[in-house]
Ligand binder design. Structure first.
Ligand SMILES: *Cc1c(COP(=O)(O)O)cnc(C)c1O
Length: 216
């Protein structure tokens, strides 16, 4: 099965990079996948899943969670401020913090609820105008701001430009994290997760290589 093969490749990439076996978390990105494919991957034992829309996650995960214990959901797509409350109620981690206003909203919700998902700041390493994420030169300031708000910031996330060599983007993200003392690196997808592991990824987000091509 595809999940077993991806897991095997991930373990091999960890070993090649001198990492502890199992050190890298595999997030199975199930956005836009039919429910029967998600159910099959759950039956194979996968418990960490990524979605990129709050509403899509709300529509289907409560059913799966009623049937399987230990499911951990990660939001990997952009988050609108008006969906922040729904997001913190549903997700164990949010990988797309990218602006001060969202940081302040998440901080207010954390105070109110006495808990918060783990947070990754998304960095737009390619400075692409259409892409979410804080620009690399503004990342240190947003990291400081999130810390000033007492948010549980665990790391950084990036999505390299399509068709670009991802390695320089992974290196840049690792550099920004390193100088800020952040341990988490959410980077690497179906086509490049092994390269990301070689550059220190702690979380890889793999969709189509596990589930097959997405619908729509
Ligand atoms: C869709 C998506 C992924 C998974 O992409 P694949 O190429 O299918 O592995 C990873 N991260 C984010 C942020 C995504 O939106």
């Amino acid at each position: 099965m595809a999940l077993a093969e991806i897991t095997r490749r991930l373990r091999a990439a960890e070993e090649a990079a001198g990492r502890t076996p199992g050190a890298v978390t595999l997030i199975a990105v199930s956005k836009l996948q039919p429910a029967d494919r998600v159910a099959a991957v759950l039956r194979e034992g996968q418990r960490v899943f990524g979605e990129n829309r709050v509403q899509e996650a709300q529509a289907r995960w409560p059913d799966f969670q009623a049937r399987h214990a230990g499911i951990e959901l990660h939001l990997v797509g952009p988050l609108q401020t008006n969906k922040a409350r729904a997001a913190v109620e549903m997700f164990r981690a949010i990988h797309s913090l990218d602006r001060p206003k969202l940081a302040r909203t998440l901080a207010r919700l954390a105070q109110e609820r006495g808990e918060s998902p783990d947070l990754f700041i998304q960095v737009n390493t390619g400075a692409e105008s259409q892409k979410a994420g804080v620009l690399p030169e503004a990342a240190d300031a947003l990291i400081a701001e999130a810390r000033g708000l007492d948010l549980p910031l665990v790391g950084l996330m990036c999505i390299p430009p399509v068709d670009a060599d991802p390695a320089p983007h992974f290196r840049l993200l690792a550099q920004i994290a390193g100088r800020n003392g952040l341990a988490g690196l959410s980077m690497g997808m179906s086509d490049d997760f092994e390269i990301a592991v070689a550059h220190g990824a702690t979380h890889v987000r793999v969709g189509s290589a596990i589930f097959g091509a997405r619908e729509g």
